[in-house]
Ligand binder design. Structure first.
Ligand code: SAM
Length: 446
């Protein structure tokens, strides 16, 4: 639990009337002067217990951890968690993402949302919430905003809602997007707010549930891959969960649960366990968020675009760690490397699609490869414009090389996939005007 959520829970329990009262007796209770939560501080980095110690202590106390519990601790620990540190994304960090490689990526995403929104009869002049999950350095959002400005959207009609767990990344995003920003009261649904130089309001949340339910564009780029996964293996006795334990040399290692864990019973269900699969990774959190996005898009209008590296259910063992752009053992040096697992898009499809008794569900399209999505959305034409306006040959070469990196099947072109959610009411419209980027009806250039 992060600091602010902790404060919120504490504040609720204590109640406003006795939170900071002087020491006195009320009935049989003795109330004490409690500190103002906003003055409490987390331990400074370096003075807090190391993640490895926290994890081992937890295993000693309650037994082996699921991979999801391990990932949750490593990614979200308020002081030592992976994303609480600086420089995780980029050349000098552990990995690089498409928006950081080329401005073209965010621009195409902006144009895609604009084009698909036109099919709903919405556009500039109508209020629009742009919601991004896991916004990293804020680069994708700033590229989208530049496009929207050119397409005629006015700042007064826009608001930006960022779901970000890391206070460190939040500060990076605020510097990228805002002229000013400030932290908010613990009772506020958002923990920070700011304003861009053009006057667009920006809000930060720890949880998508707190974002207002209005017509929205939802963007999740390289977000689902960082959500905790449970790992399962099929044994002769049936499905078992892979757990993390401590060996006799005090090192972390994987072991298979002797019996079915609750997670086996709760998460392995048809059609997820179908076919001859022997390994399975399931993110309960990912499925929950996909379902929320579908319900929001269907119930309040809008679109969701999910882009990540992933597969359609054919892979089962993809959990890994990145340190300085190299794959490393996820169980060594927790907190120092990025933990990730390929997104199983077939599971997101199930979570977002209509199930018996569901009122709100989405029309799900994709996944398609990044290469197909970018080529079908005319990224090459945009590249040409950028190259024509480049100031030097070197700049032209950089633009071209970045584009190749994004679409080359050997690099990011095939591994990265796109999926979109539309309101179910759009079925007939999409029949007539198929989703751009997802259907191969558009003329593709060789
Ligand atoms: C792999 S980075 C992707 C950044 C960005 N979308 C990009 O493509 O450059 C993951 C982002 O998600 C954030 N994050 C990780 N876990 C999260 C969670 N449970 N809720 C919200 N944000 C999270 C990280 O702090 C980081 O900003």
């Amino acid at each position: 639990m992060n600091t602010r959520s902790l404060f919120r829970v504490c504040n609720k329990l204590i109640g406003p009337s006795i939170a900071c009262t002087p020491c006195r007796h009320v009935g049989t209770y003795k109330t004490v002067k409690r500190p103002d939560p906003s003055t409490l501080k987390m331990p400074a980095p370096g003075t807090a217990p190391k993640l490895m110690e926290i994890i081992k202590e937890k295993i000693r106390l309650k037994g082996p951890l699921s991979v999801a519990e391990y990932m949750h601790i490593v990614i979200t620990n308020p002081t030592e968690g992976y994303y609480m540190k600086k420089e995780t994304i980029g050349e000098s960090g552990d990995f690089i993402t498409s928006p950081e490689i080329s401005q073209l990526f965010g621009e195409i995403v902006g144009i895609w949302f604009y084009a698909e929104t036109q099919k709903m009869g919405m556009g500039p002049g109508r209020p629009l919430q742009i919601v991004e999950l896991g916004p990293g350095k804020g680069t994708l959002m700033s590229d989208v905003l530049r496009v929207l400005h050119r397409l005629g959207y006015k700042p007064k009609d826009l608001s930006i809602h960022l779901v970000e767990i890391s206070d460190t990344m939040q500060t990076v995003q605020a510097h990228q997007l805002c002229a000013s920003h400030k932290g908010c009261d613990v009772d506020s649904p958002h923990y920070c707010e700011g304003e861009t130089t053009s006057g667009i309001k920006v809000y930060w949340y720890y949880d998508l549930k707190k974002v207002p339910c209005n017509f929205s564009w939802y963007i999740a780029h390289e977000f689902f891959d960082v959500l905790p996964i449970h790992k399962f293996e099929k044994t002769e006795e049936g499905w078992r969960e892979l757990l993390i334990d401590i060996d006799e040399n005090e090192k972390l290692y994987y072991r298979i649960s002797a019996k079915e864990t609750n997670n086996v019973n709760n998460l392995i269900r048809p059609p997820l366990d179908g076919g001859d699969r022997t390994e399975l990774e399931v993110s309960a959190r990912g499925l929950g968020i996909a379902r929320q996005l579908a319900q929001r898009v269907d119930g309040y209008g809008g679109l969701a675009l999910i882009a990540d590296y992933g597969h359609s259910g054919e892979k089962g063992d993809t959990f890994r760690a990145f340190h300085k752009h190299k794959v490393v053992n996820p169980l060594e040096t927790p907190g120092a490397s990025d933990l990730t697992a390929d997104v199983d898009f077939s599971q997101l499809r199930v979570a977002a699609s209509m199930t018996p008794g569901d009122e709100n569900y989405a029309l799900v399209v994709g996944p398609v490869t990044q290469r197909d999505f970018l080529r079908r959305t005319q990224a090459e034409a945009r590249l040409k414009v950028l190259i024509d306006h480049a100031k030097s040959d070197e700049q032209k070469e950089t633009l071209q090389a970045a584009y190749e990196m994004l679409i080359d099947p050997e690099k990011m072109g095939e591994r990265f996939k796109f999926m979109a959610f539309y309101p179910s009411a759009m079925a007939a419209i999409l029949e007539k005007y198929p989703p751009i980027g997802f259907s191969n009806l558009e003329k593709e250039t060789k």
